[in-house]
Design a protein around this ligand. Structure first.
Ligand code: ADP
Length: 424
């Protein structure tokens, strides 16, 4: 197939020859001048229409294939390959018109993009500018840009000029786009986390520095004030220690999150240990703890220290926020999830409960329903985030149910240890 411009040249020759013939016929009286002129107009009109129709109906993909040198069998195979790419790939000709958009790109530029100009199919000004610049100077570029609607998405685009070197194949500019929204989200979360953690540490640190100055200054000889300040300072130092401990726990768990734990753990023993450790605090708040279990409970596949932390954090919270209910139940029982045998542990309190709208966010790092209350009760805002990561590592499930005024119930399901471990 020939190029569009070449075909127009052929048509032009035909029209000019027809004009000369009709002129001669009119001059020699073979045709009436008006008839000759009308006949010429008719012929020229038909030629022009035919040219336009052929130009328009030639399959766009084929035209693209022709321009990019993909019309032979190898080229068609390459075209099929490009179509299977998971990332959007768009190819432009030298005039900036789309000659090819693979299937992944159709979601971005639409099915009708081929033939249209870059500026009318893409919405990002930096990307359009990069494509035009690469088409002009041939220097490849990688840029990042975002599209704000309908939901903000971030892309990384690699734009390069390709010259196949084959006769008849036009140089083209390709834009390979990669959706980097997820990477952006993770990066933003990491930055938020560092900011939150520093902020949480800064507050007790500022308080400690303030009291050190006071003790060095006007409270130097005031024994009573000194005692009071030292007590507050000890509290703040403890708060910093808890926060650092929780931050370290979280990073350790995250590092191991992809490694499945391999020990067979007796969860009832774990609950017993946690209950013993909580004894004095339960007495102090006048809270009764009941442990409800079924006989011959199977072992779970887990890491004992991490599972202790799960029970500890849930029981701590039940006591910290729900002690006004004067009762905490820990229930252990068999369960099943997608046909897989599990063990369910529920920590239930009868305190003020949590409003439904807060439930989905409770396991986010540093998320607290009431920051002042959490701080006053020694919370770090990381307890449930730690629980969630441990449960994920165990391939378990965490679920939270609560209603204002009706207490809260936190359940974790952990897969059982294999049969052989149960018997042993
Ligand atoms: P914190 O260190 O603040 O306790 P957590 O991640 O353990 O952090 O809990 C997050 C928030 O969830 C708490 O600040 C509290 O608002 C809420 N919460 C957790 N457990 C309970 C509960 N049993 N009853 C009411 N609110 C709770």
């Amino acid at each position: 197939m020939r190029d569009f411009g070449f075909r127009w040249t052929g048509t032009r020759t035909f029209v000019v020859s027809a004009a000369v013939i009709f002129l001669l016929l009119a001059l020699f009286g073979a045709l009436h001048p008006v008839v000759a002129f009308c006949s010429f107009l008719l012929l020229a009109g038909i030629s022009a229409t035919r040219l336009m129709v052929v130009g328009e109906t030639m399959p766009i993909r084929l035209r693209a294939a022709e321009k990019t040198g993909m019309s032979d069998p190898n080229g068609r195979r390459a075209l099929a390959l490009v179509n299977r790419l998971p990332d959007p790939l768009i190819v432009f000709d030298e005039a900036g018109r789309v000659v090819l958009a693979n299937e992944a790109a159709e979601a971005l530029v639409g099915k009708a993009a081929p033939g249209r100009h870059v500026a009318t199919v893409l919405r990002s000004a930096p990307l359009i500018a990069a494509i035009e610049a690469v088409t002009k100077d041939g220097i490849q570029r990688t840029i990042e840009y975002s599209i704000p609607v309908p939901v903000q998405r971030h892309y990384s685009a690699y734009v390069a000029r390709v010259e196949s070197g084959e006769a008849g194949a036009f140089p083209v500019t390709l834009a390979l786009l990669r959706d980097v929204t997820e990477a952006h989200r993770v990066e933003a979360m990491r930055a938020d986390f560092v900011a939150f953690a520093s902020h949480e540490l800064k507050t007790p640190l500022a308080s400690l520095s303030g009291f050190i100055d006071t003790l060095r200054g006007h409270a130097r000889d005031d024994a009573e004030a000194r005692e009071k300040f030292l007590e507050i300072m000890a509290d703040q130092a403890n708060r910093m220690r808890r926060l650092i401990d929780d931050l370290l726990s979280l990073s350790r768990i995250e590092l191991r999150e992809h490694v499945r734990p391999s020990d067979a753990v007796n969860l009832l023993d774990v609950v017993g240990d946690v209950a013993d450790a909580l004894g004095p605090l339960l007495t102090e708040h006048g809270v009764a703890l009941t442990i409800d279990t079924e006989p011959s409970l199977p072992l779970v596949l887990g890491d004992r220290d991490e599972l202790t932390q799960v029970v500890q954090n849930l029981a701590d919270n039940a006591l910290r926020y729900g002690h006004s209910g004067k009762r905490i139940d820990i229930i252990l029982g068999r369960a099943e999830r997608s046909g897989k045998p599990m063990l369910r542990l529920t920590v239930r309190d009868y305190g003020p409960g949590i409003a439904k709208e807060y439930l989905p966010r409770l396991t986010e790092r540093f998320y607290r329903v009431d920051v002042a209350e959490s701080r006053a009760r020694g919370g770090t805002g990381l307890g449930l985030a730690i629980v969630k990561h441990i449960v994920n590592r165990h391939q378990g499930v965490l679920s939270i149910e609560s209603e204002v005024g009706a207490g809260a119930s936190f359940s974790v399901m952990i897969p059982l240890a294999p049969e052989t471990a149960q018997a042993g």
